[in-house]
Design a protein around this ligand. Structure first.
Ligand SMILES: Cc1ncc(COP(=O)(O)O)c(C=O)c1O
Length: 415
């Protein structure tokens, strides 16, 4: 059994949309992916059959409660969390992080230290900088090597001290695509008594996630980046969640996970999340012969990662043939296991925004700019010059789409 691109693409109605007869090529996936029909259907059914607040003794309310419970189970399976009670839903990753930072801050004292990185998306940087300002904490910055786009784990050891309370870092960069050694970082942080907050927004769409193997305290992700609806999800280790006093209103539930979910939840998004996880499990079952959802999810992610490496290699190879172009991130074929397919580049003479617009004019969707990776763009020296062009394939993209994009880039940059 092997990856079946045609079967995958058939499940995404958006992939066959044309505009003025021109097909769309979605390479804007790090900013948000398309959804299978089953996700849209699940959300629509929820709005029709389960549209009520939770806690009533009538059927639509019971249905809504079941929808949320089912989404917690699905996310627990996807992240291999020990219990669905360690899954918290929120508006998006940024909002969850802002919210949780306030509760976590109650554990810290002035003079305590937190470690942030120069590689992370600002959603895993600025909430903590604001917290540090409010609570009198000291921020220590973990740099990365701008040539290799990777951290040196020993640099983390140099920053850790008996006062370090929290280490925040990303599992994969949304700019360079680097995959970080989350497990090693968590082990080092834990050894020094610090909690860990892992931004897995850009890794969950591409690699299997196992919060138990990683031994992290918190891990956040965004289902709209993995073929689901706009929503955020937090895994929080039960004993740490139980130590936190949440910012909540009085009548709201007092126990985790609900006590961290402010106000009425987005039930239709929860329905979509379950369907997105089921979609991934379908890949594992139908294309890798796996049985049981957790095993099917692991098998699916292994299959997707191998297929995506083919796309990444083709993309980077084509980009590096263009004169004056610099790929910011891992580009060697041997090191593709250490990156997701998100590839950012700059050109010696053509601005990123111009390149992205020229591709958009050909119905090829990519992003340009710093993409909120403020610290990383600064470290790479591209922040003030328009950032980079970011091309982000996922498993529903075809080799053919990569070739078409490279041909379009040739027209923009080589004519
Ligand atoms: C690595 C990373 N972290 C965090 C975020 C923010 O996610 P959300 O839009 O769910 O707040 C993004 C969004 O692109 C991201 O790429």
């Amino acid at each position: 059994m092997s990856f079946d691109l045609d079967a995958v693409r058939a499940r995404f109605p958006a992939l066959s949309i044309t505009d003025d007869g021109k097909r769309r090529i979605y390479l804007d996936n790090p900013a948000g992916t398309q959804v299978p029909q089953s996700v849209a259907d699940a959300m629509s059914s929820c709005l029709i059959e389960s549209n009520a607040n939770i806690g009533g003794g009538f059927v639509s309310s019971e249905n809504a409660a079941a929808v949320v419970a089912s989404a917690r189970r699905a996310m627990a399976d996807l992240l291999n969390a020990p219990s669905p009670d360690e899954i918290v839903f929120g508006h998006n990753m940024t909002t969850i992080t802002m919210h949780l930072s306030r509760a976590l801050g109650r554990l810290f004292r002035p003079g305590d230290e937190i470690v942030l990185t120069r590689m992370d998306h600002d959603a895993n940087v600025w909430p903590w900088v604001l917290l540090a300002r409010d609570r009198g904490l000291e921020v220590k910055w973990l740099p990365f090597d701008t040539e290799t786009a990777e951290f040196d784990p020993d640099d983390l050891d140099k920053l850790l001290s008996g006062r370090t309370r929290l280490v925040c870092f990303g599992a994969a960069s949304n700019l360079t695509g680097t995959i970080n050694d989350v497990r090693a970082f968590c082990a080092r942080a834990r050894d020094s008594g610090a909690l860990t907050y892992v931004d897995a927004v850009q890794s969950v769409p591409h690699i299997a996630t196992d919060v138990q193997a990683l031994c992290c305290d918190f891990l956040v992700c965004s289902p709209y980046k993995f073929f689901g609806p706009h929503q955020g999800v937090l895994y929080g280790r039960r004993d740490v969640l139980e130590r936190l006093e949440p910012y909540k209103v009085r009548p709201a539930p007092g126990d985790a996970p609900e006590c961290f979910e402010t106000g009425t939840q987005n039930h239709e998004a929860c329905a979509g999340i379950t369907a997105a996880v089921e979609y991934l499990a379908w890949i594992g079952r139908s294309m890798a012969g796996a049985t049981g959802r957790p095993a099917a999810l692991r098998a699916a992610m292994a299959l997707l990662f191998e297929y995506e490496k083919v796309l990444t290699e083709r993309l980077i190879d084509g980009l590096l043939r263009i004169d004056g172009l610099t790929v910011h991130g891992i580009s060697s074929k041997e090191a593709l296991d250490r990156r997701v397919p998100t590839v950012s580049f700059t050109h010696a003479t053509t601005a990123p925004a111009h390149i992205a617009q020229s591709l958009a004019d050909e119905n090829i969707f990519v992003w340009s700019g710093h993409n909120y990776a403020v610290e990383a763009a600064r470290a790479l020296g591209i922040y003030d010059s328009g950032g980079a062009v970011r091309i982000g394939p996922v498993h529903y993209n075809s080799p053919d789409e990569i070739d078409e994009t490279l041909a379009a880039l040739d027209r923009v940059l080589c004519s």
